[in-house]
Design a protein around this ligand. Structure first.
Ligand code: DQA
Length: 149
């Protein structure tokens, strides 16, 4: 069974491509997931992904897939800023967690400058658009490769 990378997309990210494209770009979530799957395939990894507008659905997914995953990539959407139950679900996991934001949240409204997820994440990528997800996956691939015997 290949190692699994779990990808979590939070609220409103299903609207990518149509939602405030000047901030979030024109790439759709399906296109992002397809690019991630193609890269994971080429690295011999299994990729599972979820998008939900409901925090509990994301937590259920993490409880089902996160414990066995070799790495987690998560864009929690606005839950980044207040989703304590999601944060706790992430804190329970031992795999590396990369927090991704399409936009540079630190250049935006003050409420976006706080992430309740960042303290339980391994690292964060913000402001690099859809390529941020690919860069997160690239880091996980390199890291998994380095830790394999
Ligand atoms: C976001 C930034 C969040 O502040 C916002 O609520 C989102 C998307 C990003 O990818 O830039 O939904 O996580």
């Amino acid at each position: 069974m290949p190692a699994t990378i779990a990808v979590i997309h939070g609220p409103n990210l299903n609207m990518l491509g149509r939602r405030e494209p000047s901030i979030y770009g024109h790439t759709t979530l399906a296109e992002i997931d397809a690019a991630l799957s193609a890269r994971a395939d080429s690295a011999g990894l299994r990729l599972v992904s979820v998008q939900s507008n409901h925090e509990g659905v994301l937590i259920d997914f993490l409880q089902n897939e996160g414990w066995n995953a070799a790495g987690i990539i998560i864009n929690p959407g606005a839950l980044t800023h207040y989703g304590l139950a999601l944060r706790d679900a992430l804190a329970a996991l031992s795999a590396p967690i990369i927090e991704v934001h399409l936009s540079n949240v630190y250049r935006r409204e003050p409420f976006r400058h706080t992430s309740v997820v960042a303290p339980v994440a391994t690292g964060q990528i913000a402001g690099l658009g859809w390529r941020g997800y690919l860069l997160a996956l690239e880091w996980l691939i390199a890291e998994l490769d380095a830790s394999s015997p």
